[in-house]
Design a protein around this ligand. Structure first.
Ligand code: NAP
Length: 232
């Protein structure tokens, strides 16, 4: 049985935890406030979920889902994450993390920056280009909805692909971490591609399935965003 650790119990971490439990996986979830703060979520998730400290979730099971802002990386249990496969959902939003020079200059894509902060781990980028409330709405959709994935380690990418497919999505390989800008904010394969309508009534949008063929085309046509101009 697949077991996954999750650090980050916010919108994305909780959404992935719900899908993982529904797919029959065991989950340990952690946040910054400690296991006691997760009682309500664990109650909702049921007996295959448990709360832990970040150090425990980091080493739990087959892989770690990291669903935290970039600014949280300095507080992560780096030693425990050594050698681990990490499914990273993170994006760079300067309003939240402040300006990061290597991202603004396009020297690195966000996922490469994360990999540089955790050099002993194997970062795989996925679930960063879909808004949290679309995750349950589009899991197991008909037709199946595809998510892009990027990573430098083939074994890590294979493992993450298996998990993403098991929780209800197809996967399109966008290449190495250096290619992950293709589905960063403001690129041609970011969150808007899963909206049924516009952004006006954002949370009421039911989501629209996007097939692997459609996503493959969008990734190929995607243009690198001008990150330095990002205001949000
Ligand atoms: N929300 C979306 O629709 C969406 C979509 C795609 C990608 N993303 C990206 O995914 C990442 C997470 O987003 P989110 O919306 O889920 O964020 P969120 O709702 O703000 O949740 C962030 C989580 O990270 C935890 N955290 C922060 N610092 C930590 C630390 N040092 N150790 C352990 N846990 C820590 C927080 O703990 P506490 O709960 O204790 O504060 C919280 O549970 C971000 O990079 C975001 O841009 C978000």
């Amino acid at each position: 049985m697949t077991q996954i650790g999750i650090i980050g119990s916010g919108a994305i971490g909780a959404a992935i935890a719900r899908l993982a439990v529904a797919a029959g996986m065991d989950v340990m979830i952690a946040n910054s406030r400690g296991p006691e703060s997760l009682a309500e979520l664990i109650d909702e998730l049921g007996s295959s979920a448990q709360a832990g400290h970040a150090e425990e979730a980091a080493v739990f099971g087959d892989l770690l889902v990291l669903a935290v802002p970039l600014g949280a990386y300095s507080g992560l249990p780096t030693a425990a994450l050594s050698g681990r496969t990490i499914l990273s959902t993170g994006n760079y939003y300067p309003y939240r993390e402040g300006r990061i020079d290597v991202l603004d200059t396009l020297e690195l894509a966000t996922a490469e920056y994360e990999q540089s902060l955790l050099p002993e781990s194997r970062i795989v980028k996925v679930f960063n280009n879909i808004v949290a409330h679309h995750i349950p709405l589009l899991a197991d959709s008909t037709p199946r909805t595809a998510l892009p994935i990027a990573g430098d380690d083939d074994d890590a990418k294979r493992l993450v692909t298996e998990v993403v497919e098991a929780v209800g999505f197809d996967v399109v390989d966008a290449g190495a971490l250096a290619q992950s800008w293709r589905f960063e904010p403001e690129s041609g394969a970011y969150t808007g591609i899963y909206f049924a309508g516009g952004f006006d009534d954002y949370l009421a949008d039911p989501g629209a399935p996007l097939t692997a063929d459609q996503l493959t085309r969008l990734l190929a046509e995607s243009q690198r965003p001008d990150v330095a101009a990002r205001a949000f």
